[in-house]
Design a protein around this ligand. Sequence first.
Ligand SMILES: Nc1nc(=O)c2c([nH]1)NC[C@@H]1CN(c3ccc(C(=O)N[C@@H](CCC(=O)O)C(=O)O)cc3)CN21
Ligand SMILES: CC(C)C(=O)C(=O)O
Length: 359
Amino acid sequence: MARSVPTGFVACPSLLVAQKAARQYQHRHHPSAAAGVFDGALRSYSTRPAEADFQHVRPKVTITTLRKLYKRKEPITVMTAHDFPTGTLVDKAGIEMTLVGDSLAMVALGYNSTTDITMDEMLHHCRAVARGTRSSFLVADMPFGSYETNPDQAVNNAVRMLKEGKAEAVKLEGGKEMAPTILRLTQVGIPVLGHIGLTPQRQASLGGFKVQGKTVAKAKAMIEDALALQKAGCYAIVLEAVPEQVATHITNILSIPTIGIGAGAGCSGQVLVQQDLLGLYGHVPRFCKTYRSLAEDIIGALREYSADVKSRAFPAEEHCYPMPQVELDKFMLLTEGYKNEQQQNVSAPQAAASAGERA
Ligand SMILES: Nc1nc(=O)c2c([nH]1)NC[C@@H]1CN(c3ccc(C(=O)N[C@@H](CCC(=O)O)C(=O)O)cc3)CN21
Ligand SMILES: CC(C)C(=O)C(=O)O
């Protein structure tokens, strides 16, 4: 039935939704080309029929979408990304929130700690992820040293994350001591994702990557932190490496979602580091489920490639570019000509020598 609808008409409501999402994407990433829905916007798809473009487009996830998921008690999916391809994969998988987490300092840049990464490095990665993100709600981590000095510093750098990094929200670590900063950010319209429990940027003072809130006193302090962050305006809070019962209790007393990582099944959503669940990074924390072991696959493929190059099995004929036969025939004649010339050059001194012999 939809087939009989003349072109130019929208056949079904989901297409309408998808078109709206596409326009929002376009507005965000290609504001200068915002006139037509797809004209010039999605360059890599410009040769495909419009219908194909809609297929993997889903409605844009906004703060409102997240709020609705939370109200419905539907777990919120969050996944990290650190560049264009990993961002695209997260978006295409239908993940609701993409986090450009500063763990990329370790898993993508090889630093020993997340504290090493700079604001400029985070912006560089965030922009790349944004280019691959259409629907997912994009959050950028504020790196260590970019927000602790005072609320002004935090606003300046959070504004950069939105303007230059193309993020939609920022995440920052810390409890009630960060409340005035979070209040300023949310008052100027920057959505803030809080982060308590194990706060990796403070690993030096925590004595390493250690589970937090294991004593009643620590759990009580964490509850107070969560409440202070909610009051300051966080739209959600990450709970990292916290006993399940503590995380579940915090989730139950809050009216904003909690996003758990090593915090059990009672949270309103879950986040993991992409490299960990794909088996691309060496050591994986206990709380991580490794869904694939891609590093083994990749090393296997690279070894096969290497062997093929050594044995000349690669490249094969199908990897080479043909030439029109007429041109090829002429080219063969040309190479013959060069060959003869070379032979003459080689034989010329010999000829001269034998001529001398004769004289
Ligand atoms: N690849 C990666 N994945 C992560 O999830 C991650 C990072 N990197 N880097 C920053 C933080 C650090 N993370 C961690 C790391 C280890 C534990 C952990 O399970 N700690 C154990 C042992 C710690 C120790 O012995 O020092 C614990 O029982 O506390 C928790 C969170 C989570 N974050
Ligand atoms: C693991 C998440 C919560 C994070 O902070 C990061 O990726 O840096």
